[in-house]
Write a protein that binds this ligand. Structure first.
Ligand SMILES: [Cu+2]
Length: 609
């Protein structure tokens, strides 16, 4: 008997050990509609929301339709992507920016959207690169990265937030502390900075020094405070020495007070940026003690409270945003990491260790009512971030919540040593949460932000007005502009390049000025040149100018990489590179336009004509 009981107990433990799958996967048919019906978007129908998922070590952002969970595209930010002709070639200004600011890779964690009057206006998305201390900006009318900013005096750009309600700044937290005096020979105590970035100009306006590691960021809804969780107030450099104190803190930076101090010249200028030290400028920062190693920090939609998730403590610390005093510290479960909100006064906190989302009522918790916990749902597994649609704005939608999970284990087919990472979509429209769907994405789902499709979709540009640099049909040419320089002015339309061939010499620098002269949407043409590390994509109306070395003598077929028509495969042309000392005459591409001209340093038997 005793043995049987032990066996049952062991079986129960085993079930718990493989996660909580048996509990979490029940009743897809509870409620009026099935879970499948809730996420089914019929072919030809459109999703209600865009979700922007950070790509983690992919250095990008993944765009997903919600509720269908269909991946719509990837926006490369910190890594070149040949598939989108992004930063592939030296002539692409994004590639030059990436190379100059830390490298052709990144680690994106926290996407934030531009706001107007406390709601998303669909202009920009910003995301951090933790690894190289950068901030990337994506234009949401084109879904393209338009700026990369290296943040001076800061390492480990981690938590970021838009300053509500009108995106006055993007706040960027430096997680990896640095010697305060900037030296390594006789290092001073290590500190970090919070950077305040002008979102339009993409330049740092000022920084505030914090004695500790600055983690996640959010801002008050009135623009007064930037809140950050801070750990390692001990300023230790190894883990043991970081775990001495009983509590760490939420830092509340008073933005107007900091701006005034900067205007009065009270900042130390380093690398052109004023750095304010709260020890020398009292009143610009308040440290609010919270349980050790807090993680997420989130402001309620009504702006009344900011809450820090305990991580090591099973509590969420609720702080009044006016008085900066702690008003409650409710227990929610093991490993609370982040909190998001619906439109009915409820908070949802991710529990990393419990692998759960817990729903709880904010006012009941503040009042100390015992029944503040509303519901719990099992997650598969070890949830990190979570986001409810609109949960970061003043007007949450209260319908869907995305759980971004660190481990998926038994949820998908094995794909090598690395299991797919996953998200789970949860229906939060009712009193009880309901699991709807899970879907994997390439590494690594970390955080997400949503915008309603009807706000953004009408603003997305698909056909562009040709700029002054555009080449019009009939204006194509191949012209020698110097002894070793050739400019090729080329147009592309279904299904041909004009010119479809031209000749240059070994040693030439060839500048392509490429215009896609199409005028209808989704008629993108690519221009790939084998063995020249070159692939660009051009939407209708776009012009791109790129210079390459002609390379070794030979015939190089440039071809279209973006499927465009039944004759897509035939959309190609030849660049013929004559040997440097060739005595073969280079023929004119067109009688009026040619590659004639003196070629210095070429033997008399050479190709100069
Ligand atoms: Cu094409």
């Amino acid at each position: 008997m005793k043995t049987k009981k032990l066996a049952l107990f062991a079986a129960g433990l085993a079930a718990a050990a493989i996660g909580l799958r048996m509990v979490g996967c029940g009743s897809a048919r509870s409620g009026r509609t099935t879970a499948a019906e809730k996420v089914y978007v019929a072919p030809g129908e459109l999703d209600k929301y865009y979700a922007f998922l950070s790509g983690g070590q992919s250095g990008s952002v993944f765009v997903v339709g919600i509720p269908s969970c269909r991946i719509l595209r990837e926006i490369p930010i910190f890594e070149p992507r040949a598939a989108y002709g992004y930063a592939v070639h030296d002539g692409d200004p994004r590639r030059a920016e990436l190379a100059a600011t830390g490298g052709l890779w990144g680690d994106t964690h926290h996407p934030v959207l531009s706001e107007k009057n406390g709601v998303y206006d669909g202009r920009y998305l910003w995301i951090n690169d933790l690894s190289n201390g950068r901030l990337g900006r994506v234009r949401l009318d084109t879904f393209e990265t338009d700026r990369i900013l290296k943040i001076p005096n800061l390492q480990g750009a981690h938590g970021i937030a838009a300053v509500s309600p009108d995106t006055k700044y993007i706040v960027v937290n430096g997680e990896f502390e640095q010697p305060t005096d900037g030296l390594v020979t006789n290092p001073a105590p290590y500190t970090s900075v919070v950077a305040f970035v002008d979102p339009e100009k993409m330049e740092v306006k000022f920084e505030v020094r914090v004695a500790g590691n600055i983690d996640i960021a959010d801002t008050s809804k009135d623009g007064r405070y930037a809140f950050s969780t801070v750990y390692n107030l001990e300023q230790g450099k190894e883990q043991n020495s970081m775990m001495v104190f009983d509590r760490d803190a939420v830092a509340a930076i008073d933005i107007p007070a900091a701006e005034k101090a900067v205007a009065e010249g009270r900042g130390e200028i380093r690398n052109g940026i004023p750095i304010l030290d709260p020890a020398e400028v009292p009143g610009i920062m308040t440290l609010i003690p919270v349980p050790k190693n807090p993680h997420g920090v989130n402001v309620t939609p009504d702006g009344k409270y900011v809450m820090a998730s305990g991580k090591l403590s099973p509590t969420v610390t609720i702080i009044d945003t006016k008085t900066l005093k702690i008003v409650a510290e409710p227990e929610v479960g093991l490993g609370p990491l982040h909190t998001t909100f619906d439109d009915r006064g409820n908070a949802f906190t991710s529990l990393f260790l419990d692998s759960q989302v817990v729903k709880w009522n904010v006012q009941k918790a503040v009042k100390g009512a015992p029944d503040y916990i509303v519901d719990r749902i099992n997650i598969h597994y070890n949830i990190g971030h979570l986001q409810a649609v609109g949960g970061e704005t003043m007007h949450p939608y209260g319908d869907y919540l995305l759980a971004l999970n660190k481990l998926s284990k038994d949820q998908y087919l094995p794909v090598g040593p690395d299991m797919p990472e996953a998200q789970e979509l949860i229906d939060i429209s009712g009193e009880k949460m309901r699991m709807l769907a899970s879907f994997p994405t390439p590494p690594e789902p970390h955080d997400a932000v949503f915008i309603e499709a009807k706000i953004l979709a009408p603003k997305v540009k698909q056909v562009f007005t040709p700029g002054p640099e555009a080449i019009a049909a009939g204006q194509e040419s191949v012209v020698r502009t110097g002894p070793h320089e050739v400019t090729v002015k080329m147009t592309m339309t279904r299904s041909a390049y004009t010119p479809d061939h031209f000749e240059v010499r070994e040693g030439d620098r060839v500048t392509f000025q490429l215009t896609n002269v199409e005028t209808i949407r989704d008629m993108i043409h690519g221009f790939a040149l084998p063995d020249h590390d070159l692939n660009v994509a051009l939407p209708p109306g776009y012009t791109k100018t790129i210079t390459v070395d002609a390379g070794k003598p030979g015939v190089y077929w440039y071809y279209c990489t973006n499927f465009c028509s039944a004759l897509h495969l035939e959309m190609r042309g030849r660049m013929l590179v004559q040997p440097r000392d060739s005595n073969v005459a280079i023929p004119d591409w067109k009688a009026a336009q040619n590659v004639k001209g003196p070629v210095q340093g070429v033997p008399s038997t050479g190709a100069a004509r």
